[in-house]
Design a protein around this ligand. Structure first.
Ligand code: ARG
Length: 459
């Protein structure tokens, strides 16, 4: 039964009804709608709209309904009601009859849906916090077991300077940490109660909105009824957090896809996150990570979609706002699934240490070292940079790495070069030198790993 209809002479078209109904997707708010309704029933009792017995009867029926929707959430979706609020009211009428018709006194679906959605966001954000943490732990696990592994570091996808694989892992730990902090921050801001704001102007019953807020675990009640029913900033903030995190995951995925390629061959992804080709028997494709990379697009799409929906909407509630949900639900599901895929990809991958080391040694990635060596001999850096450029040019022509060039060749360009240059050019010496805070020296990375592990423990 619809929640309205008295002023209509005819019913809605079937096509309009299908267009208008949100139950097929807002059924996921069932628990939140019931929780909010329980708080509202208590508020109505306190202002004398419901007697103590009536309130108790409603509480029991709502509790029973909560058990039902928890055991079979999907059954709600096929109920045929207009939206989750209509479903809950109809289910209550089926349980307690006319008494249930008192529950909507002083309440609107506008403050109701705003409340439900905030409750949902708060709960789901916890799930995402855990997923973020698991991915961080998988990165820390990889860093721990690959402490000595060196890979080439890239800029412009050209080998630039060698880095520890653990350093790469910790870079993504940092990014996910910021995602987690952003999520926490967004939740702090959204954790306020719009219930009791009515349709737009506030409710005509003298309910204690702060008491309702604290009963629902909100930090306080929102301040302005017009804003409360039309504010979806919190959804935009969460979608923005999800988008940024998906961008991080897409970059991680892309790095691993490249490391796993035949051309790089640094790692091998495990069978459980790869798939084959229907035609080419030799193929083992990194589908899980490609999908993570691809799905980042649709999460950003949900963010831009909602921002366009909200742009220029007049105060207060408009049905356009019903469009906030599908993108949000999809983005959170996608974000969570992507984190899970990245986590299992990290757990299962194996590292080809020799290939990594060889690649890290190649590509003249120790050229900066040679320049630093010249600086240590008193050559100004800009001059040293130029001299080393010439030496690299000669080495390329000789098809040799810098460390295989004879001393005479070095000295012909820069006479101050001595035999100790070869020590400077080794991979280990190069890594050791990157010892300022945040650098890739083994000691710094080890400290960073310890401190990240510690941070995870106290969360
Ligand atoms: N299904 C609606 C939504 O998601 C609920 C609020 C409807 N309010 C209204 N006045 N029609 O936004």
């Amino acid at each position: 039964m619809a929640l309205w209809g008295g002023r209509f002479a005819a019913g809605p078209d079937a096509a309009f009804q299908q267009f208008n109904d949100s139950l097929p997707f807002d059924y996921v708010l069932a628990e939140q709608d019931i929780t909010g309704s329980k708080a509202w029933a208590n508020a109505l009792q306190k202002v004398g709209v419901l007697s103590a017995e009536e309130c108790e009867q409603l509480q029991q029926a709502l509790e029973e309904l909560l058990g039902e929707v928890r055991s079979d959430p999907a059954a709600v979706a096929v109920g045929g009601d207009e939206d989750i609020h209509s479903f809950v009211e109809a289910a209550l009428i089926a349980k307690v009859g006319d008494l249930a018709k008192k529950l909507h006194t002083g309440r609107s679906r506008n403050d109701q849906v705003a409340t439900d959605l905030r409750l949902w966001c708060r709960q789901q954000s916890e799930v995402l916090q855990q997923a973020l943490q698991q991915t961080q732990q998988a990165l820390l696990g990889l860093a721990e077991r690959e402490q000595g592994t060196v890979i080439p570091g890239y800029t412009h996808l050209q080998r630039a300077q060698p880095v520890l694989l653990a350093h790469w892992c910790l870079a993504y730990v940092e990014m996910l940490q910021r995602d987690s902090e952003r999520l926490e921050d967004a939740v702090t801001r959204l954790n306020k109660s719009p219930l009791g704001c009515g349709a737009l102007a506030g409710t005509a019953y003298p309910v204690d909105r702060e008491a309702i807020a604290s009963e629902l675990g909100f930090s306080q009640a929102t301040r302005n009824s017009l804003d409360s029913v039309s504010d979806r900033d919190f959804v935009v903030e969460l979608l923005s957090t999800a988008s940024l995190s998906m961008l991080h995951l897409s970059r991680l995925a892309e790095d691993l896809i490249f490391y796993n390629s035949g051309e790089a061959g640094f790692i091998e992804l495990a069978d459980n996150v790869t798939s084959g080709s229907s035609l080419m028997p030799q193929k083992k494709n990194p589908d899980a990570l490609e999908l993570v990379r691809g799905k980042s697009g649709r999460v950003v799409g949900s963010l831009t979609g909602l921002m366009m929906t909200l742009k220029s909407l007049p105060l207060a509630y408009n049905k356009d706002m019903q469009e906030d949900k599908e993108g949000l639900f999809d983005a959170f599901t996608t974000w969570q699934a992507s984190l899970a895929m990245v986590t299992s990809s990290l757990h299962g991958l194996t590292v080809n240490h020799d290939v990594c080391r060889k690649a890290a040694q190649g590509g003249y990635a120790n050229a900066t070292e040679l320049a630093d060596y010249l600086v240590s001999k008193g050559v100004p850096f800009r001059q040293a940079h130029h001299n080393v450029g010439e030496l690299v040019q000669q080495a390329i022509q000789a098809q040799k790495p810098l460390e295989d060039m004879p001393l005479e060749a070095f000295q012909a360009v820069v006479p101050v070069i001595e035999p100790d240059v070869y020590e400077w050019l080794t991979l280990d010496a190069l890594l050791e030198k990157r010892c300022a805070l945040g650098g890739t020296s083994p000691q710094r990375v080890n400290e960073a790993l310890k401190s990240a592990q510690q941070q995870q423990k106290i969360r």
